[in-house]
Write a protein that binds this ligand. Structure first.
Ligand code: HXC
Length: 515
C-alpha cells in the first residue's frame, strides 16, 4: 500500500469514528435537547485546543452479539485541552454510542486519562451521559467502575476533579461524580439516582417521576449532591470556566493571581452595613460583595442549605474561599446541612491552598428533635474538624451574633484562625441575652412583683455586659476591633502577612473526620 493510501485509510477510519453512533442516534440526542459529546468538548475548551487520545480503542467483548458490534471510541471521548489558557484532562461519554454505557475498554480510556491528569497535575473534567454499566459486559463493567472510583479517591486533594451530569447517571455510576469535588447539573437534562422510579415502585411501592426523584433541581436544592445548577448546558460550561479560574492546577501550586483587579464596585459604606435593629435580618451577600474585588462572588451550592453561604472570590487578585452565615435564612443558624456544606467547602479550599475568610452572624446550632435525631452532633463536629484541620490562612470577621458552640465552630481563634476581626456590633457570648437572662435570673424574675419588667431589665443587663466584642477582645480571643468599612483593608494586610505561613502538623496517616 502506498503512503498516500495508508494516510487516506487512516483519515477515513478516523472520520467514521468521530461520527459517534451514527446519524439516527445523533438526531435522537439532538431531539432530546442535548448537545452531543463532541459539541460539548468544543464549547468547554478554549478554541482549537482539543487533543484527543484513544480514538481507536475497541472493546473485546464477545457475548450477546458484541463480537460483531463496532462502537466508536467505545462510547467515550478522552483527551486534553485548555480552559482559560490552562491545561485540563477530560472525558465525555457519548450517549449516541450504545447509550454511553460503560464497558471495560470505555472504563480503561477513562482511567487512563485520569492517570495522566494525576501525573501531569492538571484538573480533570468528566462529562457523564450514560446508561450505566454495559449490560452485555457483565462483571467487567463493574470492575471498570471500581477502577474509576479508586482513582477518584486517589486523586482527591491532588488535582481538582469536576463532574458534569448531562444525561442519565444511574445506579453505581453516580458514585464517581459523588467522589469528585464539584458536580454540575442542568435543568431537565441531568438525572442521578441509585435506583430509578420503576425499581422504587416495584420494590417499595412509592411513585415519583425521574425529574422529581433525581433531576437537577432536586440535587441542587434538596439533596446537596450538586454544587452548580444551570438552565442550559452552555451556562454550565461557563460555570466550569468560572470555577477553574479560582483554582490551582494541583495541590502543589498556588491559585492563579490576577494581576489586574478592581476594588469592590459596591464597597461597604460607613455605618450602613447592618440594620440598626439588631433583630433584623439582612443579606450577607451584600457584605461579601462589599469586600471582594469587583464585588464578584462566585457562589457554590447556592440553592442548598441557604442558611450558610460558601463560594469563591478574590481579594487583590488572590483567590479566597468565603464561608458566611446568612441571617436572611433561618437567622443563619447552623444545622446538619449547613455543617456538611461548609465543611466540605473548607476541606476543598484547604486541599488547594485557598485561604479562608469566614463571616460570622449566627445565633448557634439549630435546636430541635429533628436536628438532634438527624445527627447534628456528628454533622456539627465536621465543621469543627474541617476548620481545625485546615492549614491554609484562616481569617474570621465577627459581624454580629457569635453565640455558644457556633462562636467556636465558625473559625474562632481556638480552632486556629490566624486573625479574628470583630466589628463594634459583634456580640460574642455563651448564648443570646434573652435565653441567658431567663436562666440565670430565673429566681429573681419569678419572685418579682412585675416579672416581665424584671425580665426585660435582666435581659438588658446581660446584653450590656456580654453582647459586645470587648470581653472577647480583653482575653485576646479577638485580635482587633475595626469599623466595618475597614474590613477589606484589614483582610488585604492579613493575606499579605499570611503568604509565608507555616503550619506545623503532627505526624499521622490521616485523621478520622466524623462522617
Ligand atoms: C448496554 C445500553 C445501556 C446499558 C442503554 N443502552 N443503556 N446498552 N448497557 N446499560 C443502549 C440501548 O440498548 C440503546 O441501544 C441505546 O443505548 C440508547 O438507549 P435507549 O434506551 O434507546 O435510550 P433512552 O430511551 O433515552 O433511555 C435511556 C436509559 C435506558 C434510561 C438510560 O437506556 C436505560 O434504562 N438503560 C439501562 C440503565 C441500566 O439499568 N443500566 C445498568 C445500571 S447498573 P440501541 O442499539 O437500541 O441504540 C449499573 C451498575 C453500576 O450501572 C455499578 C457500579 C458500582
Amino acid at each position: 500500500m502506498t503512503i498516500k493510501k495508508k494516510i487516506n485509510e487512516f483519515l477515513s477510519r478516523a472520520s467514521r469514528l468521530v461520527k459517534g453512533g451514527g446519524e439516527v442516534s445523533v438526531q435522537k440526542q439532538m431531539k432530546s435537547g442535548k448537545l452531543n459529546a463532541r459539541e460539548r468538548i468544543d464549547i468547554i475548551l478554549d478554541q482549537d485546543t482539543f487533543f484527543e487520545t484513544d480514538l481507536f480503542v475497541e472493546h473485546t467483548a464477545k457475548d450477546f452479539g458484541m463480537e460483531s458490534q463496532k462502537l466508536a471510541g467505545d462510547g467515550v471521548i478522552t483527551g486534553f485541552g485548555k480552559v482559560g489558557g490552562r491545561a485540563v484532562a477530560l472525558f465525555a461519554q457519548d450517549f449516541t454510542v450504545a447509550g454511553g454505557s460503560l464497558g471495560k475498554a470505555h472504563a480503561g480510556k477513562i482511567t487512563k486519562i485520569m492517570d495522566s491528569a494525576g501525573d501531569m497535575g492538571i484538573p480533570l473534567i468528566g462529562i457523564n451521559d450514560s446508561g450505566g454499566a454495559r449490560i452485555q459486559e457483565g462483571v467487567d463493567s463493574l470492575c471498570g467502575y471500581g477502577d474509576i472510583f479508586y482513582r477518584n479517591t486517589q486523586l482527591s486533594g491532588v488535582i481538582p476533579q469536576v463532574s458534569l451530569i448531562l444525561g442519565p447517571c444511574a445506579g453505581g455510576a453516580v458514585y464517581s461524580p459523588a467522589l469528585t469535588d464539584f458536580v454540575f447539573v442542568v435543568d431537565k437534562i441531568s438525572n442521578m439516582f441509585i435506583t430509578g422510579p420503576q425499581v422504587i415502585k416495584s420494590v417499595i411501592g412509592e411513585e415519583i417521576d425521574a425529574e422529581r426523584l433525581g433531576g437537577a433541581v432536586t440535587h441542587a436544592a434538596l439533596t446537596g449532591n450538586a454544587h452548580f445548577y444551570a438552565k442550559t448546558e452552555a451556562e454550565a460550561f461557563e460555570q466550569i470556566r468560572g470555577l477553574l479560574s479560582f483554582l490551582p492546577s494541583n495541590c502543589t501550586e498556588m491559585p492563579p493571581v490576577q494581576d489586574e483587579f478592581r476594588s469592590p464596585s459596591k464597597p461597604l459604606e460607613g455605618q450602613d452595613v447592618l440594620p440598626n435593629d439588631r433583630k433584623k435580618s439582612y443579606d450577607v451577600k451584600d457584605i461579601i460583595k462589599g469586600i471582594l474585588d469587583s464585588s464578584y462572588f462566585f457562589e457554590v451550592q447556592e440553592h442548598f442549605a441557604r442558611n450558610i453561604i460558601v463560594g469563591f472570590g478574590r481579594i487583590c487578585g488572590r483567590s479566597v474561599g468565603i464561608i458566611a452565615n446568612q441571617p436572611m435564612v433561618l437567622a443563619g443558624v447552623l444545622d446538619v446541612n449547613a455543617s456538611d456544606k461548609a465543611s466540605r467547602f473548607i476541606r476543598f479550599c484547604d486541599a488547594f491552598n485557598i485561604p479562608l475568610v469566614t463571616f460570622v452572624d449566627t445565633p448557634g446550632y439549630l435546636p430541635g428533635i429533628d436536628q438532634e435525631h438527624s445527627g447534628i452532633i456528628r454533622h456539627g463536629a465536621k465543621l469543627l474538624y474541617a476548620y481545625s484541620e485546615a492549614t491554609v490562612p484562616k481569617f474570621t470577621v465577627v459581624m454580629r451574633k457569635a453565640y455558644g458552640g457556633a462562636y467556636i465552630a465558625m473559625c474562632s481563634r481556638h480552632l486556629g484562625a490566624n486573625m479574628v476581626i470583630a466589628w463594634p456590633t459583634a456580640e460574642i457570648a455563651v448564648m443570646g441575652s434573652e435565653g441567658a437572662a431567663n436562666i440565670i435570673f430565673k429566681r429573681e424574675i419569678a419572685n418579682s412583683h412585675e416579672p416581665e419588667k424584671t425580665r426585660l431589665e435582666k435581659v438588658k443587663e446581660y446584653e450590656e455586659k456580654f453582647a459586645n466584642p470587648y470581653v472577647a477582645a480583653s482575653r485576646g480571643y479577638v485580635d482587633m476591633i475595626i469599623e466595618p468599612h475597614k474590613t477589606r483593608d484589614a483582610l488585604i494586610k492579613a493575606l499579605e502577612l499570611a503568604k509565608t505561613r507555616r503550619a506545623p502538623q503532627y505526624m499521622k496517616r490521616h485523621g478520622n473526620l466524623p462522617l
